[in-house]
Design a protein. Structure first.
Length: 196
């Protein structure tokens, strides 16, 4: 029976999660079977259970890994002394870079989280809502300080995050601009509407 091939500095579980993220993006969480995953990893389905309990566990790991990365970054941004506009730019750049460089996992956390089992589903919803509210608070603070235009902050957050999730189409494009150009263009487009 073949063993799970790992790369340097990655565990067998990390290989399984990485392959699962790719499959969940391509076929959806519901459309991916453990047999599909075993085939992608190159092992018998039964041997996957030596490393993971279920497909649901993999989705949970992916969703909370991504959510925690974004929350930790936001917490660092909240306490620094930048202007509100610089904080928003920093948050957006971080999102864009992760959507470019960790596309599979970010995509799955953004689109497939609804398939989480309880209590993880409720926990993830609370974390997601809290994250968006904290970005909105940065915008509202910028409005109060007259750094930003007077806009509805929660709407602005939704629009910015949805625009970044659209980077999926950049990944599929045959004639795409570089990742650096994409990031710069998105920052200009998304931030221009906020700047006073």
């Amino acid at each position: 029976m073949p063993a799970i091939k790992t790369q340097r500095h990655s565990s067998k579980k990390e290989v399984i999660i990485s392959k699962a993220a790719k499959l969940f993006r391509e076929k959806s969480f519901s459309g991916t079977s453990m047999r599909d995953l075993a085939e992608a990893v190159g092992v018998e389905a039964a041997s996957l259970y030596n490393h993971i309990q279920s497909k649901a566990e993999i989705l949970q790991v992916i969703c909370f890994k991504v959510a925690n990365i974004f929350m930790e970054h936001l917490e660092r941004i909240e306490v620094n002394q930048q202007s509100s506009i610089e904080k928003i730019k920093d948050i957006l750049r971080f999102h864009i870079q992760h959507m470019i460089n960790n596309f599979e996992e970010v995509y799955v956390a953004d689109r497939e989280w609804r398939h989480l089992n309880e209590p993880y589903l409720s926990n993830f919803k609370v974390q997601r809502k809290n994250y968006r509210q904290r970005i909105a608070a940065i915008i509202e603070n910028g409005i109060q300080k007259k750094e930003l235009k007077s806009i509805d902050a929660p709407t602005a957050v939704l629009m910015m995050l949805h625009a970044i999730s659209g980077i999926e189409s950049w990944h599929r494009s045959k004639q795409k601009i570089s990742a650096e150009q994409l990031e710069e263009n998105m920052i200009v487009i998304l931030v221009e509407g906020l700047e006073k």
